[in-house]
Design a protein around this ligand. Structure first.
Ligand code: 6PG
Length: 240
């Protein structure tokens, strides 16, 4: 799994933005479109703002980009906790992305129904062939979760390439998440992780004993693709 470690967060974001541009051009050249699943939380906000900035906005054929979400909180789309709202504010609205190119999780439904509806939306989009995202952006929690694949949850063992609802005890909250098999169908996966508070989780996932219950991000290994890690030095400090 290629690890790209940089001194500063600014450099990490710039290199990941360059990677995003490269993946977009490759996908559009090969298939006429670029399908990306966005990650949530706080880390990617600056990446999205950078991609929407003058430095990058002209470098991506946005009209051919289709946006999905790696996971979503069970909150309304206008809730500050919403991953969709964060992406809408930082990326989609500034770039005037048409709503037809954006596939949010329908959190007006109950979690189980929302997950089923999302699985259906993904399968409808990709048609009869397997749902293969060109790029899936992921973060990493300090407890080694990614997307909403949290430690000791049943979703870690779901064998279908789908979206599933999961109740996360430690958050006392419902989430909807892509499963590891669906993430692993992607052509490329990119983790964006920075800050010293993530260093132990990065080490456990990349160098620790194999234990997917404790370190769910170990599940991520694209079958016919690569998982890239974009790290700052602080997050990568325990790798050596
Ligand atoms: C979410 C994310 C989640 C996130 C990690 C890291 O919905 O919260 O999908 O997997 O990537 O929790 O979050 P931070 O970037 O805020 O540290």
């Amino acid at each position: 799994m290629p690890q790209h470690v940089f001194d500063s967060v600014a450099e990490v974001l710039q290199h990941l933005a360059d990677f995003f541009v490269e993946q977009a051009h490759q996908a559009v050249a090969a298939r006429g479109r670029f399908t990306v699943a966005l990650s949530g939380g706080s880390s990617p906000k600056k990446l999205y703002e950078l991609l929407a900035s003058g430095a990058y906005r002209e470098r991506v054929p946005w009209a051919q980009v289709f946006f999905f979400f790696g996971d979503e909180r069970d909150v309304p789309a206008d809730d500050p906790q919403s991953n969709f709202l964060m992406a809408k504010t930082a990326l989609l609205d500034p770039l005037h992305i048409p709503s037809a190119n954006v596939f949010p999780v329908n959190t007006r439904l109950e979690p189980e129904e929302a997950a089923q509806a999302y699985t259906q939306a993904i399968n409808n989009f990709f048609g009869p062939e397997a749902a293969r995202f060109d790029l899936i952006l992921l973060g990493l929690g300090d407890n080694s979760h990614t997307a909403s694949l949290f430690p000791h949850t049943a979703v870690l063992h779901v064998a279908t390439a789908s979206a599933e609802a999961v109740f996360v005890e430690e958050l006392n909250a419902e989430r909807i998440t892509l499963t590891a098999p669906l993430i692993n169908q992607a052509r490329a996966v990119a983790f964006l992780v920075f800050g010293a508070d993530k260093a132990a989780a990065v080490r456990r996932v990349l160098k620790g004993e194999r234990d997917i219950e404790q370190y769910p991000a170990q599940l991520i290994a694209p079958a016919e693709g690569e998982a890239h890690w974009f790290l700052d030095k602080a997050a990568g400090a325990e790798l050596h």
